[in-house]
Design a protein around this ligand. Sequence first.
Ligand code: NAD
Length: 482
Amino acid sequence: MATLDERRIEEIVSRVLERLGAGPSAAPGRPAVQAPAARKGPDIPRGTNGVYADADAAVKAARRAFETVLATPVETRRKMIEGMRACARSNNELLARYAVEETGLGRYEDKLNKLLLVANKTPGTEILRPQAYTGDDGLMLTEHAPYGVILAITPTTNPTETILCNAIGMIAAGNAVVFNVHPSAGRTCNWFVHLLNEAIQAAGGPRDLIVSIEKPTIESAQALMTHPGIRVVVVTGGPAVVKQAMASGKRCIGAGPGNPPAVVDETANLGKAADAIVRGASLDNNIVCIAEKEVVAVDAIASDLIRELKRQPVLWLDAKQTKALESVVLEGDHVNKAWIGKDAGLIAAQIGLGGHGHDLRLIMCEADEQHPFVQHELLMPVIPLVRVRDTADAIAAAVRIEHGFHHTATMHSLNIDHMAAMARVCNASIFVKNDASYAGLGMGGEGYTSFTIASPTGEGLTTALHFTRERRCTLKEAFRFV
Ligand code: NAD
């Protein structure tokens, strides 16, 4: 591996910036075709513990719980969080099945791994460390204090994972939380809220520390955003909900969309890169916001990379098949939502390439930068590869394709200058080098996890720390020991 060379990095960065001068043009429209067959409704138990029909009653209940928890020992809070982790682990199989059946998105076996990751690696109370200064004037202490009642609006793509992640972080920080979940995951989420409340109460915690709305809607989400009992609004979803939350007049933590590129340069280990890209891009049928959504490969290795990708559980399309796929997964210039999160085998069957089972992880093809497969966050296992001249072109294309979300990017390279240059220019909340994107969530990568990655408001991978306000405690003279 080459050593860091500041001059070389600067050179690549300035070439990238130069090439970023030209933006992408609008993508052409495509006709629509049939949607997948309607699903049979799942048999999900009705959540009642902490689940409220009325939004105002939910906020008031959460407020009462917050006031109770203020007087509860931190040790009890720690036990509540342990109980919530254990609850998720012991109900994982059922929750994964309910989530797949109710939302119609993703892969059961991947959902098991996602929720387990959240249960095991979401930081709890241990991340909240007070800071102390001492001197001739005495002691100054900065403590992390709760806000009160937080509103959490959650997506359909990681329904149970976001609930567990937000609940652990918000409760570790001493808050209560009101969930307005995605309507199409309502029953699974309300059942999970019910189970988590049982776990909290069994650990000695109060009722209603987590509450949810029985029939959540966009209207109930918007009403809650401006409810006087809500102190902070935390949203995880697409651009519309982030925009709405930012206009709420409340403190807002906004975790918005991404369109993560995977750049592959001429120094990459192509076998490893292909394996990592397919693992990352196919996670839960690509509905995860951090999952690779397109590959940008330099011309010198693009054909070799394609050869490696074909060794993976990937169906590679030729130009004619790609055209046929456009008419299935696009509606005009937009994504046909009916195919979001569906299995690659099911999508392939729509263009006459049947016979692929659940083991097929991805459909891939070559496309130019302006193609809608590249420009849009498709949220399905359809991944285009864009061929470019050199590394500077690859980084510039990746930055354009990411649309300034600053969410997630990955790179496969053994050249440290290339990696440093891309890190500087893409300025993403998560930048993974030489592994699948999900390593950046701590799945096979170092560090803690979070399923609320706040790029628009800048918190990155949110934890309990972001759900606290700082309070200073000053004590004159007495506490200087040394
Ligand atoms: P979505 O935006 O359709 O819905 C998210 C939540 O916001 C839902 O609860 C929905 O009811 C609510 N909502 C939507 N529009 C609203 C509005 N105008 N006012 C009030 N509430 C509104 O997103 P989704 O389909 O559930 O999830 C996929 C999207 O979320 C993708 O864009 C993905 O990248 C993004 N996402 C981001 C993160 C992250 O951490 N940054 C995590 C998961 C998903």
